[in-house]
Design a protein around this ligand. Structure first.
Ligand code: ZN
Length: 402
């Protein structure tokens, strides 16, 4: 034991007297220093690694918690939320509101549910075909909600009713959206052909002049081209379709006569200049479609009553592509500013009010302030000169009886 103690003691100078003797102390301290240095480096490295791991965890946690609510939120709706709240609440509160607000998710089945009759329109410079393009409004959307716009108005403009006017050659896109729900939209590609620059300016001037002309001077709306149907009955240039004269069941022009369409556009523009909104509610109707309408009315009212306001198939002017029902197709249209404007001005654009009031025994139909027929200005002015209630039957001395 003693020996051991002694030995221990004797050994001490080798191990402990580092402070006393310089040489061994230096050697030992160098080793220890290296060990300590290594240990310190390990600790630092560990701490750095720990710090990095913690930071990485902290960073990755933040965005993932945002994305649970934020990914589904479209950028637009976030902006809207912030704008709505920003005025009353501090930014921190706004952010909270933004992330917790349920985003209005756009239903893809609803988007684009506005149905159009065509998705590409070919025009020439100066043409304004006043197309009533929408064939179906989605649920909850009305005509009044339509917001029309053109991405290049220098190529084609569009008015609040969707009437497209060609301005200069090029291609642009006309879009209609719902004012209530802008996710409901439809787009029409508009291709405008024509001479550029000088010609274009001249055309624009001409268009402006012609649309305003009917206000002061007589416009020259031509009679429409004659149709190719062996049953068609003409008086002069005027196709007659009434209870006495009908069309073949297979006569189907597929749409409005182009001249009629062109002049209806001008009528709409002229009305708009007077602050009147005229729009097409029913244009061309096929033989089969008229059969459905007529048979439906016969089922409800009986044939005698149905015959006073609905044409039998083959006897409808709508099958000609030359008749248009404007705005509201029922008695509530009577006496409205729109009905009065139509009665007073449609002849300026080559149209006549086909079934005037008090002429049921002559035309075969009761008063229809919404139904106009295109005949061209030669005939429309001739009838207008006779009187506001003049009819084709009286003018040509023909009947309208089944
Ligand atoms: Zn009609």
């Amino acid at each position: 034991m003693d020996n051991n103690e002694f030995n221990e003691y004797n050994q001490e100078p080798r191990q402990y007297p580092r402070q006393n003797s310089q040489r061994p102390r230096k050697r030992v301290s160098k080793e220890t220093f290296r060990k300590r240095q290594f240990a310190a480096l390990c600790v630092i490295a560990f701490l750095v690694l720990l710090f990095v791991i913690l930071m990485a965890k902290a960073c990755s946690k933040k965005p993932s918690s945002d994305s649970s609510g934020g990914d589904a939120v479209p950028a637009e709706s976030q902006t809207t939320d912030v704008n709505e709240e920003a005025s009353t609440e501090d930014p921190a509160a706004t952010t909270t509101v933004t992330t917790t607000t349920t985003a209005p998710i756009i239903d893809p089945s609803k988007a684009g549910a506005i149905k159009l009759d065509k998705y590409t329109v070919y025009l020439e410079v100066g043409q304004a075909p006043a197309l009533a393009l929408i064939t179906e409004h989605p649920d909850g959307m009305e005509e009044a909600d339509e917001v029309w716009s053109s991405d290049h108005p220098e190529i084609a403009t569009v008015d609040e009713w969707g009437h497209i006017s060609a301005v200069s050659p090029g291609t642009c896109y006309v879009t209609v959206k719902s004012a209530k729900d802008p996710s409901l939209e439809a787009t029409v590609k508009v291709v405008v052909a024509g001479e550029p620059s000088l010609e274009q300016t001249a055309n624009n001037t001409t268009t402006t002049t012609t649309t305003k002309e009917p206000q002061s001077a007589r416009a020259e709306a031509p009679a429409p081209s004659k149709i190719n149907d062996p049953k068609a009955h003409y008086e002069g240039d005027v196709l007659i379709v009434n209870k006495s004269y009908s069309l073949s069941s297979d006569y189907n022009p597929g749409g409005l006569d182009p001249t009629c369409s062109e002049w209806f556009n001008k009528l709409v523009q002229g009305a708009a200049e007077d602050g009147i909104n005229i729009y097409l509610s029913s244009g061309f109707r096929s033989y089969d479609y008229q059969s459905q309408i007529y048979n439906n009315y016969v089922g409800i009212y009986g044939q005698d009553t149905a015959d006073t306001f609905s044409a039998r198939p083959g006897h409808s002017e709508h099958q000609t592509g030359l008749a248009i029902d404007v705005n509201i197709i029922d008695d509530s249209f009577r006496g409205t500013p729109e009905a009065e404007w139509i009665a007073a001005h449609c002849y300026e654009y080559g149209f006549i009010l086909r079934y005037p009031e008090g002429k049921q025994s002559i035309t075969g139909y009761k008063y229809e302030p919404w139904h106009i027929r295109y005949v061209g200005t030669e005939i429309s002015y001739a009838l207008h000169d006779i009187g506001p209630d003049a009819t084709l039957e009286e003018y040509y001395g023909i009947d309208s009886k089944y």
